[in-house]
Design a protein around this ligand. Structure first.
Ligand SMILES: [Zn+2]
Length: 111
């Protein structure tokens, strides 16, 4: 169950009441639009400003040639629009960018 502790770090990004990792999707997910630019398709707010988030971790997609998976991230915008994007399309949070920067000096790392 090591992955649970890894996921727990991500929760810090979303200081919200409802857990983004609950097994059952919230109802607003059903009306979500696919936002290819990873921001609200109606008003342009970013995922950081969403009032709720849910991550579909039940069906991760393995990205060929990359060391990580991608998954659907659903966001409920303050304007009332629900949208989703692939996690791989999201600008990484600051802590992840820092970690990636540390890792770039070892290009053979397949971890
Ligand atoms: Zn919006």
């Amino acid at each position: 169950m090591g992955y649970d502790s890894a996921k727990a770090r991500r929760i810090e990004i979303f200081p919200m009441d409802n857990s983004p990792f609950s097994a059952a999707p919230p109802t607003w997910v059903q009306a979500a639009l696919h936002a290819t630019s990873f921001c609200c398709p109606s008003c342009g707010r970013t995922s950081q400003e969403a009032k709720a988030v849910w991550i579909n971790r039940r069906s991760p997609v393995y990205v060929e040639g990359l060391y990580r998976r991608k998954w659907q991230e659903f966001y409920q915008c303050d304007c009332g629009t629900s949208w989703w994007g692939w996690s791989s399309d999201r600008t990484p949070p600051a802590w992840l960018q820092a970690r990636n920067a540390e890792a770039t000096d070892d290009s053979t790392d397949s971890e």
